[in-house]
Design a protein around this ligand. Sequence first.
Ligand code: ZN
Length: 480
Amino acid sequence: MTYEAVIGLEVHAQLQTATKIFCGCSTSFGAPPNANVCPVCLGFPGVLPVLNRAAVDLAIRAALALGCRINDTSIFARKNYFYPDLPKGYQISQYEQPLASEGLVELPGPEGPRRVRITRVHMEEDAGKSLHEGFVDSDRKTYVDYNRAGTPLIEIVSEPDLRSAGDAAAFFEHLRGVLVWLGVNDGNMEEGSLRCDANVSVRPAGTEALGTKAEVKNLNSFRFLQKALEYEIARQIDVLLEGGRVKQETRLFDSATGHTVSMRSKEEAHDYRYFPDPDLPAVVVDAARVEAIRAEMPELPAARRQRFVGSYGLPEYDAGQLTQTRALSDFFESAVGAGAPPKAASNWMMGELARLLKESSRDIADSPVSPGQLASLIALIDNGTISGAIAKGVFEKMMASGRSAGAIVAAEGLTQIDDESQIVAMIAEVLAKNGDAVSGYRAGKTATFGFLVGQVMKAAAGKANPKRVNDLLKRALETT
Ligand SMILES: [Zn+2]
């Protein structure tokens, strides 16, 4: 019997606000432990939470991009459990009435878009962080840093519409791309601002009923998500093939072994005793607010990709690459706006620019070459001032110095040699020095032609117009 996997994700994304969700403490990462805390986020008795309006706006922005309906009334609830990094003894989350519901994401793929339904997007506060290592008495004690307690999060819950570990990783990556594009989340998975839990079950292929699911918690990279699911799917299939039953439980992924291990079973699962938080009024979002947020949203990656194909005639592949980030696609549009032919701009960006940025560990936003400077370089090639080969060297110098192409070409005398008499003289010299190659060519060894072209280009320090060299060399070999 063959089995298929059924996977749904719960993605936690930190909202990029300056302050926490229910108090004015900073959300900045990397402050000394317990520097960004106050009585509210430390859960002192008698304090009252006040909802951060900017957090709600960002959550709405994300929910709209995921095709969700924004609910006009949503309720904050207390999710009760005891844990040292949760000083109030409960987490403020949304339960029965979330901020947004019923979205849809189209995941681009080689066989057309795959549809993943979004069940809900709700808001909640993050917990603090337990520190189990790094202190002299870490063998006996756990320390707690509450800087993260009260950081605003959205949880995005998908329907179980994913069918493979690879699809799940692609979906998570797609969500990250959209959230970063929107400015909702910084995408920094190492710092924990984006993480995911996966619900996975298996069932005989072609059947409808869902198998018993396991939840794999706290995956903070696409690769870990994929590895954890690959392992977990194989494990569940093995259990069934051996006549056993999959247990409903929560599991953790051990990145060192690549295995998932049981954390707690359903019997041990928390009963969170959710109830509406009496300290917080219902969140009421009217249609005007939703429309105002929608009107301010940037063009989304999928729409921009289509526009790049439609308006600029770019191949699908190029359009996909250039819309990986908003900064990259903005750079491209600026270069085209400055007069660069779209395909040439795309080639330079995906080729030399990407390579040199990677070498210097820089992001497109910090590129020393501006879109306008790239357009000017391409113009120098197109109008014959410099050859393509010389242009690569010029571009490297532009990246290293931030100077313009024109300045580098003028200062270093790199202007292309197009003058017929000059090229003919160089050809004559090369032919005189390479008698063997010349006679070889005339005896039918046409491969020596490329060698001779190379010699002429060398003599011209790469500056001769290659097409002109080709034509004139052919003429010289046929007539002399
Ligand atoms: Zn605080």
